[in-house]
Design a protein. Structure first.
Length: 153
């Protein structure tokens, strides 16, 4: 995968059909298009990754008072494991640093080992757990809460 072919840009409402399609292909309990729309309308930051004008990944985050919370992140199933998720997170973290954000938080499903490995590679640390935080097809599962201080990276 040639990472120089990738472009990151702000998510627009016109991207939401493609974003929702990726979400449905990657998440156990996916957000629907209205949830993404609400995020954009309340001013959360959304980003998409494009290659050859095709949306192949996205992220949504909420930032305030020097802190940022990553609310959602996914790479299209056929495009995974080529470095795109890592590249996207690096672009986001570098943009946040330029905005003066110091601390980044996120939750990840206790069963989501591949995402946990991605965040470990980015040097996130586990700072806590939220019991029964996520819905699953069968019931509930815990979230791990991770954080990264980017002020002096
Ligand atoms: C998590 C996700 C965004 C990673 O995106 P990706 O483009 O496949 O990840 P990358 O190719 O950049 O991999 C970066 C690191 O993540 C980890 N990783 C990614 N996929 C993995 C897999 N299938 N198995 C084990 N580790 C994996 C590895 O540490 C990898 O580094 P390495 O290649 O040096 O071993 C992607 O798997 C995804 O969209 N998953 C579904 C949605 C999701 O779980 N989002 C996170 C919610 S908190």
């Amino acid at each position: 995968m040639n990472l120089t072919e990738l472009m990151i840009r702000p998510m627009a409402e016109s991207d939401l059909a493609a974003v929702t399609m990726i979400e449905q292909g990657t998440q156990e309990v996916p957000w629907n298009i209205a949830m993404f729309m609400d995020c954009l309308r309340v001013g959360y930051q959304g980003f998409v990754v494009e290659r050859e004008e095709q949306v192949i990944g996205f992220a949504i985050l909420a930032s305030a008072a020097g802190e940022s919370h990553i609310l959602n992140l996914a790479v299209s199933p056929l495009e995974q494991r080529q470095g795109i998720g890592f590249w996207l997170m690096q672009q986001i973290l570098s943009g946040l640093r330029q905005q003066g954000v110091n601390l980044v938080f996120l939750e990840v499903r206790a069963s989501n080992v591949k995402a946990q490995k991605l965040y470990k590679k980015l040097k996130f640390s586990e700072i806590g757990q939220r019991k029964n935080y996520y819905q699953t097809k069968q019931g509930r599962e815990d979230a791990l809460v991770l954080s990264l201080n980017i002020s002096n990276v």
